[in-house]
Design a protein around this ligand. Structure first.
Ligand SMILES: *Cc1c(COP(=O)(O)O)cnc(C)c1O
Length: 343
């Protein structure tokens, strides 16, 4: 029985064609700069995103952290969303390993940080009063955020504000390609206003692992040293970079299928009385399931080979290994559960 796994878009397995590309990769020792496949992926990522340079990482967490450390020195501060991945879901790495103080700001429901709050969070620096504060150095945004594409006009304004205050700009673009495909912008458009952008290839793009940091030559050179220190200097990593090359070439346009499947999933689940669809954007659906049903529903689905997060505010994610038929089966099975619960 095929398992339908909607817990995350990180659960995809490499397709046979991706595996073949990986097996055929020509590799070398990347710590020596000798891996032609890693070099090719980095050149490709820089070119596609319109940046000067790129660096391959084992994970998005490490890529974000190396970027934050490239922008900020010890005792500096970065402005970030209260619900941003770099702040909330990366183990506090910026503070622990980077000695960088986060200055979180509440995200609006569309993922933006209000411009006035960004401006107010920038601390004075210099003799006198300025000696009291951590030095504000960076604005970090996230796109997509909870599946939502940040408005392009907002990104332009927020990054212009950051620059006017002397701050650098970083985008956690783990799902930047979903943002591009959903909004009809190019990936270069999505990355345009940022000094650095971290992109995951292990999410909707379907690679087994990998992330790439793109940006200015100067910042990528700094991140290169931090990557080594963080344990991300890899050897024959061309085998996995080959999966990322394959994903960039073959798995971008098809993200629109994931978005359509998520929309169908949301529409189907919205017809079930007990379920409230809180939001759907790109490949994510957020639900409210009555608390008493969350765990039993999760168990009922799992027994039928369908995996989901059933907690109070549940998130379902579509991806490469989920078809339109799978979505129909999933919705029908949720319906069966609630029909049985009523009987
Ligand atoms: C998954 C994710 C990351 C980090 O990726 P890992 O490869 O899991 O370390 C960063 N930011 C966002 C928004 C993510 O969803």
């Amino acid at each position: 029985m095929k398992v339908i796994d909607l817990r995350s878009d990180t659960v995809t397995r490499p397709t046979p064609a991706m595996q073949a590309a990986m097996a055929a990769a020509v590799v070398g020792d990347d710590v020596w700069g000798d891996d032609p496949t890693v070099n090719r992926f980095q050149a490709m990522a820089a070119e596609r995103t319109g940046k000067e340079a790129a660096l391959f990482f084992p994970s998005g967490t490490q890529s974000n952290l190396a970027a934050l450390m490239a922008h900020c020195d010890r005792g500096d501060e970065y402005i970030v969303g209260q619900m941003a991945h770099t702040y909330r879901w990366e183990g506090g790495g910026a503070a622990v390993l980077g000695s960088i103080q986060p200055q979180p700001i509440d995200n609006e429901s569309d993922g933006t940080l209000p411009l006035a709050k960004i401006a107010a969070a920038v601390k004075p620096y210099g003799p006198g009063l300025g000696a009291h504060f951590a030095r504000t150095r960076l604005l970090a945004l996230e796109n997509t955020w909870s599946g939502k594409v940040l408005p392009a006009s907002y990104v332009a304004e927020a990054t212009a504000l950051a620059r006017s205050k002397g701050l650098g700009t970083h985008l956690d673009g783990a799902r930047a390609f979903n943002a591009a495909v959903a909004s009809g912008q190019s990936i270069a458009d999505i990355c345009e206003h940022f000094d650095t952008v971290s992109i995951c290839t292990s999410k909707g793009l379907g690679a087994p692992l990998g992330a790439v940091l793109v940006g200015t030559r100067e910042l990528i050179d700094k991140a290169y040293r931090w990557r080594k220190m963080l344990g991300g200097g890899m050897r024959q990593s061309g085998y996995v970079a080959a999966a990322s090359i394959y994903a960039f070439d073959r798995h971008v346009a098809r993200l629109s299928e994931d978005h359509a499947n998520a929309a169908a999933l949301a529409a189907g689940l919205a017809r079930i009385d007990e379920i409230k669809v809180l939001s759907q954007a790109t490949n994510m659906v957020f639900l409210q399931i009555p608390e008493a049903h969350a765990k039993p529903l999760e168990g009922f689905m799992a027994a039928r080979g369908m995996l989901m997060q059933g907690a109070y505010s549940a998130r379902l994610v579509t991806h490469l290994d989920v078809s339109a038929d799978d979505v129909d089966r999933f919705v029908a099975t949720v319906g069966e559960y609630f029909a049985g619960a009523k009987a």
